[in-house]
Design a protein around this ligand. Structure first.
Ligand code: MLT
Length: 404
């Protein structure tokens, strides 16, 4: 027997598991301290009442032989696919077919699994800092090469720092797979249509595929920021899009998302859609009927309103964090089109040192920028997904400690 040795190359634990371990150890040693967690982007508001009602109704259907559902259709229930097409795409002028949508248990799994349909020889480019799943899954697959001082030898890192307004620069060399996430995790920064169009044009020129993570699109507030990459000319020929109900509708614990693989996206005569369909049908057995009913309820008039209200609640938290830290003298980014605020650590402090300081001195948990890649060093992420009360208290603690 041999194991997949790529797993030995990678840090034994996932970024957010590491942070949870550190915080739990601190909590065990200091049971009297009340910790405010603004680290992992996990939602705290309950599900929309429209989703809850849809789930109750679906449970009732499951209770009777006449309305019971066994295995769900592999790629999603028709009622959900229709609702997605109508609301997330046609409403924005994008025409897609049901067979181009694949409902799944979330964008994280799909972003990680999509590598199955690509050769290990492909050259991968990622933003730096970056959501760790894109890199770690390429390491596991054996596409990342070896770990060096500057990251993985076969991965092209595109630094996103204050100097370039957190927008990656188009590579000067050929790449095959480009992971983009906008509004960005972790920096919270959006990309405008004109900028994203440059990436679509580059990918079409190079025969590359853009793997576009749009998990945070519900937080977009500015008009010229695209909600979907398919709003751009030529994107159907070069892009796959990942969408999630987690941050949009509080489904982090329910699990539902979807991936769009257009029929126009081809390698020679082969549609990538067919490869992903084959992969999903073989390794995934669909999302539960109850969950898909809840997801479809997000698109009803009541559901839409309830979800908008919850997003507004988190957006207000983002504003509280952004303005509070700015007034305290921090340099802050993001937060306007995103639930994440990205800040420069004071006095160029290392991001893990800043993490320890906040945890130990004021019991506020965030995510160290370095955990997202080398260019995240010197930055720190706070999420707006906490409760409004805790968000205000966390900002008050930071203000009191850093003193303005
Ligand atoms: C994050 O904190 O970056 C996200 O919650 C991670 C995720 O969505 O998996």
């Amino acid at each position: 027997m041999q194991i997949n040795e790529n797993f030995l190359k990678i840090q034994s634990s996932y970024l957010f598991s590491n942070i949870a371990k550190k915080v739990n150890a601190y909590s065990a040693a200091h049971p009297d301290k009340e910790i405010i967690r603004l680290g992992i982007g996990d939602v705290t508001r309950p599900l929309a009442p429209a989703c809850i009602k849809a789930m109750h109704d679906a449970v009732e259907e499951m209770a009777h032989a006449e309305t019971f559902h066994g295995y769900p259709p592999e790629y999603g229930q028709d009622f959900l696919l229709e609702a997605i097409l109508e609301n997330d795409y046609r409403a924005r002028g994008v025409d897609l077919q049901k067979s181009e949508i694949f409902v799944s248990d979330g964008a994280k799994s799909d972003c990680g699994n999509i590598g199955d349909i690509f050769s290990l020889e492909n050259r991968v480019a990622v933003c730096d800092p970056v959501y760790p799943v894109y890199v770690d899954t390429n390491v596991m697959a054996g596409r990342a090469g070896d770990k060096t001082e500057n990251g993985w030898s076969n991965i092209i890192y595109m630094p996103c720092t204050a100097e370039n307004h957190f927008l990656p620069e188009i590579p000067t060399e050929h790449v095959d797979l480009i992971y983009l996430c906008f509004p960005n995790n972790p920096t919270g920064m959006p990309i405008k249509k004109a900028e994203l169009q440059k990436w679509v044009d580059y990918a079409n020129r190079e025969g590359a595929v853009i793997l576009y993570d749009a998990a945070y699109e519900a937080f977009i507030t500015e008009a010229d920021v695209p909600h979907s990459i398919f709003e751009l000319d030529g994107a159907k020929q070069c892009a796959i899009e990942f969408r999630s109900f987690s941050k949009t509708a509080g489904f982090t614990g329910v699990r539902c998302g979807y991936t769009v693989v257009p029929h126009d996206l081809k390698f020679g005569e082969t549609e990538l859609n067919a490869l992903w369909a084959r992969r999903q049908a073989t390794k995934f057995n669909g999302v539960s009927y109850i969950t898909q009913r809840a997801a479809a309820a997000c698109y009803t008039p009541e559901g839409k309103q309830q979800i908008r209200d919850t997003i507004a609640y988190y957006q207000n938290n983002a504003r509280v964090i952004y303005e509070g830290l700015r007034d305290c003298g921090f340099t802050v980014y993001g937060g306007t089109n995103s639930p994440y605020v990205w800040l420069k650590t004071p006095d160029n402090m290392g991001s893990w040192a800043f993490f320890d300081l906040l945890l130990e001195k004021i019991q506020v948990v965030g995510t160290p920028g370095e955990g997202f890649g080398p260019s995240g060093e010197g930055y720190f992420r706070l999420t707006a997904f906490g409760s409004a009360e805790n968000t205000v208290r966390a900002v008050e603690r930071i203000k009191a400690y850093f003193g303005k």
